[in-house]
Design a protein around this ligand. Sequence first.
Ligand code: FES
Length: 117
Amino acid sequence: MDAARLQNWIWVGYADDVPLATTRIVHAGQGDIALFRAGQGRVYALLDRCPCHGRRLSDGIVMGVDIVCPERCVQVSLATGETQRGPAGYVPRYPTRIADGRLYLGLAALPRGEALG
Ligand code: FES
């Protein structure tokens, strides 16, 4: 079985559907996954739940490659899922890839600490 299949990749739309500094939500079995286009235009995917009290991170503000929760107590790195400000915590991350303008999301969470490909 190829690696892409092991990651349970799904097509979620076109890359241009997620403009810079915006979010989009994908409803998945493990909970909503928020897609964020940030930094140099990369698309990041995190579980849409703040590690503090569970507010939707997709309602927050993208700052560089971080997302600031709407409650403003927690700032999470989109790249690592680790909190940068506020109580220590981690938000599960999911892999994304763009091929021929199409945006794919892997439904298998990345291991904590693993670098994005
Ligand atoms: S819910 Fe408390 S900072 Fe996000």
